[in-house]
Design a protein around this ligand. Structure first.
Ligand code: SF4
Length: 252
């Protein structure tokens, strides 16, 4: 009993420290950039913590989500729940219709199972993300180091080499890099934060419906994404820099 209490106290202290530190990082990031030049990328369990912390500290920036047109109905319902809960707009960024039409005409609707996910992700995720990021100077993600082998070196802040251009250097904040999956879920439960109902059906990392499946208790969370491909290449291109040597402004 004493041991359980000590473990619980230690977990609570860790979460309180992480929460305070992340609030400070977030506050600093939002004050360094004009509010229309920095945005939170929102999709999964982690990102809701960024939205919740921003709500707590009373600062604002845009929150956007990539809608590939292949998401689960539950994910769309979740976006609405978050919108209602926080009274915020979630900007939906969609792929170019002509690019999707061309891909589907040439390759069909499920080419990723045979040819890998890169081409479909390029059309449905990367091109729209680039369009969005071209209007920003910084973006904030919910990447965590414990999520996958490709994310083990993710820094709190870095130059986004994949999406910078000749006109400007894009800064990318990974403010939850130090958080573990346990931290995330302890925060969500403690603060009664809304979460995607798919998590109650065994889904852990949630992306597009055809490319996401539930994972067994012994499996790593990213095992449910593109399960037919090697774990070392499981990045959709949003964070392709993770597959390259890290360029860091501030490593914490
Ligand atoms: S995750 Fe799957 S469906 Fe979604 S954009 Fe990538 S390949 Fe296409």
């Amino acid at each position: 009993m004493t041991t359980n209490l000590a473990i619980e106290t230690s977990a609570n202290e860790r979460l309180a420290t992480l929460t305070g530190t992340t609030q400070d990082y977030l506050s600093d990031a939002l004050q360094r950039f004009d509010h229309d030049k920095i945005a939170i990328s929102f999709s999964g369990a982690e990102d809701i913590i960024l939205v919740d912390l921003m709500h707590q500290i009373g600062l604002k920036c845009a929150v956007f989500s990539l809608d590939t047109a292949r998401l689960h109905p539950e994910t769309y319902a979740y976006f609405e729940a978050v919108r209602d809960h926080y009274g915020i707009a979630i900007e939906v960024v969609m792929p170019e219709a002509s690019a999707v039409e061309s891909l589907v005409r040439e390759k069909g609707l499920f080419s990723f199972y045979k040819e890998g996910h890169a081409e479909c992700c390029a059309v449905r995720k990367i091109a729209p993300l680039r369009r969005k990021l071209d209007r920003l100077d910084a973006w904030i993600t919910g990447q965590r180091r414990d999520q996958s082998v490709t994310r083990g070196n993710v820094p709190i802040e870095q130059v986004d080499l994949a999406f910078s251009n000749d006109q400007r250097e894009l800064v990318k904040f990974n403010l939850l890099a130090d958080w573990t999956s346990n931290d995330v879920w302890q925060y969500i439960r403690s603060n009664q934060v809304p979460f995607n109902p798919l998590h109650n059906q065994g889904f852990v990392s949630i992306g597009c419906q055809p490319c996401t499946r539930p994972v067994a208790p012994h499996e790593h969370e990213r095992a449910g994404r593109w399960w037919w491909e090697e774990s070392t290449i499981k990045e959709c291109g949003l964070h392709a820099q993770n597959l390259e040597p890290v360029s860091t402004i501030q490593q914490t």
